[in-house]
Each structure stands twice: as C-alpha cells, then as structure tokens.
Design a protein around this ligand. Structure first.
Ligand SMILES: Nc1ncnc2c1ncn2[C@@H]1O[C@H](COP(=O)(O)OP(=O)(O)OP(=O)(O)O)[C@@H](O)[C@H]1O
Length: 356
C-alpha cells in the first residue's frame, strides 16, 4: 500500500485554538497506528487533515512519495483524490438508503459502471459477512452490523489508507471485543495502512503495531505498546497509558537512593526533586521474592484489596506513601505484608521528563 508522512503539521482554529502543534510522524506502509489521547487533544483534527476534510494551518503530508498537502506551496489535494477510506465515530450511514446503496455510494460518485458497482458491493459485503443485509435499512441493523456497513463503505473503493475515528464507541463492551478482532484481521488481510483514533487504551492494546500518544495537540510519544509501557517519555504518558494505572509519587533523589520520606529505595538517582513511577505489576506482595534481584521494602499495611479482572491488587500504605501492588499470596485488609519491588520497574522523572 503506502506510507503516510506528516511533517510540521499545525492546525489553529480561529480565533486561537491550537489543535495540532508541529506534529511529525511516519506511519509505515501496512502499519496499524493507534492514536490515543484525551478528549480535545486533537485526534479527530489530525485524521481529518489526512482525509482532506480539514485544511491544516501549516505543514506537509505525503502518501509514500506523493505530495498531498504543502500549505506553504498551496498544495491541498481534494479528499476524493487522496485514496483514503474513513469510518466516522457515529458511522454516518445514510438512513434513507438501503445497505447496498450506502456501500455503493462512493462508487456512484466516482461514476463507476453499474455492473461493476454491483460486483464490488457484493464482494466487499461477502468479505465482511453482511451479504444477507444488503436489502435492509440502517435502522434495521444492530450496532455491530452498522459498523461493518460503514467499514464496507470505506473500503469499497479500495483505498490505500484507512482512517477510523473512534469506531467502537457506540458498541457495548462485549461487541467491542469482537469488533476489534474483526478490524484487526481485516487490516492484516488487506495490509492497508491504518490510523485509528481513540481515547480508550484497550483499543491500542488490542490493535496497534505502534501507538501515538497526543495531548494538547502535541505528540508525546510514538512507540510499540511495550516501549510506551516500559519507557514512557514523560509523566503524562506514564499516567495515561497502563492498566492498572501507574503509581506516581514525589520524592527526592539522593545519589545512592530515592527518598520518599517514609521509604528509601536503594537505586542510583540524580540529586533533587523527582517523580517516581512504579507500575503495580512491578511491585508485589509475596512471601519470598520472585527473583533474587528484587528489592525488599519495609513491610506495609494492606489498606484495600480489589480485583482487576482476575488479578488481585492491593493498596499498601506505609507511614505516608501509598502504592498499588499485585498480590501473590493471600492477604486481607489490615495485614502487614512483605513487599518486593522489581529493580528495573522503577521509573524516575525530573520535571515530568523521564531520566531513568
Ligand atoms: N471547527 C472547530 N472550530 C474551533 N475549534 C475546534 C473545531 N474543531 C475542533 N476544535 C477544537 O480543537 C481541539 C481539538 O479537537 P479534536 O476534535 O481534534 O479533539 P479530539 O482529540 O478528537 O477530541 P474527542 O476525543 O473529544 O473527539 C479542541 O480544543 C476542540 O475544541
């Protein structure tokens, strides 16, 4: 298919809303990129700029070596000439048209001959398992079926790039899982370069080759799930990505150890004020350490035990510090528990930027 290269992209809505600030990213040919960020961070603006539904204020976009947008040079390819298929958050099906005509619509606009439209619509409907729904109206379909129709409509003109804007947000939790599996296997089969935007990190775990995290119009980090979990660029990324959420506490670096006041963690640390990040999966309650490398902390009081799926998670309190930990042996509220910490699970941040 094709890569998507975005260079120095800015979008400023009048009077002065900076929706995108100097975005640079390359989505590789055939890659599934999930763009993740809180509400209002610029995600929809970004894919609308790629689709051509929004004109950036500054910057350049290439599809492979084809220049699509260069604001400084007055280049802005119209949407119909971009070879992009887009699925909107609410799927935006035409309610007065049957499924067949909804899917056929982009081909009719392109004035594709009738018999070819018939063939292509049936083909894509077969592939998406909605061939028996072609005579229905959108209101006669379930959410999952409507979503497939929207995807079929986006794919029928065989675009080189697929853009999905929160495509699962109208589906209930159970249907979301099967819809994700469906989208992933379709993407793998077609090898189509795909950008999906979402505020739900579980979409990213399930789908992404790489994840791009955005906040306030600024790209915070681009990387694989592992890279972002293990080496978050800053405290925003560390807190935004990861389930259960990371423990983030303030402390003081003292060279040979980190000082949390009531806890001293013996690892090398730069001097001065630090933020210390520990994922709950990197700190645990157990009788004995899982590895001889792991650090033993002074025993802490179990304040609460809760379940995350099947995994028990405890909130452990020392004098002042409270940390969420996984639990490997039986403990209950009020117990004094042995707590171990994985040495390489400790992330240090200075002024919000990761230094270790
Ligand atoms: N047409 C517009 N005019 C002015 N401001 C806009 C316009 N569209 C979006 N914005 C603003 O630009 C910023 C980014 O919006 P955008 O819709 O791209 O965010 P988002 O990350 O997709 O949010 P959500 O997850 O809530 O859909 C927000 O502050 C939003 O209010």
């Amino acid at each position: 298919m094709v890569s998507v290269i975005v260079q120095n992209l800015w979008k400023i809505y009048p009077p002065n809303v900076h929706a995108l600030r100097d975005v640079n990213v390359e989505v590789k040919d055939g890659e599934f990129l999930v763009m993740l960020g809180p509400s209002g961070s610029g995600k929809t603006t970004f894919i609308r700029c790629i689709a051509g539904l929004e004109t950036p204020t500054k910057g350049r976009i290439f599809f492979g070596d084809r220049l699509i947008v260069d604001i400084e040079r007055g280049v802005n390819t119209p949407p119909a000439k971009r070879s992009v298929g887009m699925v909107f958050q609410n799927w935006a099906l035409y309610p007065h048209m049957k499924v067949f005509d909804n899917i056929a619509f982009p081909l009719k606009i392109k004035k594709v001959p009738k018999h070819e439209i018939e063939k292509k619509v049936r083909e894509i409907a077969e592939a998406l398992d909605i061939a028996d729904l072609l005579d229905r109206y959108p209101r006669q379909l379930s959410g999952g079926q409507q979503q497939r129709v929207a995807i079929a409509r986006a794919l029928v003109k065989e675009p080189q790039i697929l853009l999905l804007d929160e495509p699962f947000s109208n589906l209930d939790a159970r249907l979301r899982i099967s819809a994700r599996e469906f989208v992933k296997s379709l993407q793998r089969k077609l090898k189509i370069t795909t950008i999906l935007v979402t505020h739900d990190q579980h979409d990213a775990y399930a789908l992404a080759d790489r994840i791009m995290i955005i906040n306030n119009g600024v790209i915070q980090q681009v990387g694989t799930t592992e890279e972002i979990l293990n080496s978050p660029a800053n405290t925003f990324v560390a807190q935004f990505f990861g389930d259960p959420p990371i423990n983030l506490v303030e402390g003081e670096g003292r060279g040979e150890y980190v000082d949390l006041g009531d806890l001293k963690i013996p690892i090398m640390a730069p001097l001065g004020k630090l933020q210390i990040g520990i994922r709950p999966t990197d700190i645990y309650i157990a009788e004995t350490p899982l590895s001889p490398e792991d650090l033993e902390l002074p025993p802490g009081r179990v304040k609460l035990v809760e379940y995350l799926g099947f995994t028990p998670i405890a909130v452990v309190k020392w004098e002042r510090t409270e940390l969420r930990t996984v639990v490997y042996n039986r403990v209950k509220e009020g117990d004094l528990a042995k707590v171990y910490l994985k040495r390489d699970g400790i992330k240090l941040f200075k002024d919000g930027i990761r230094v270790r």
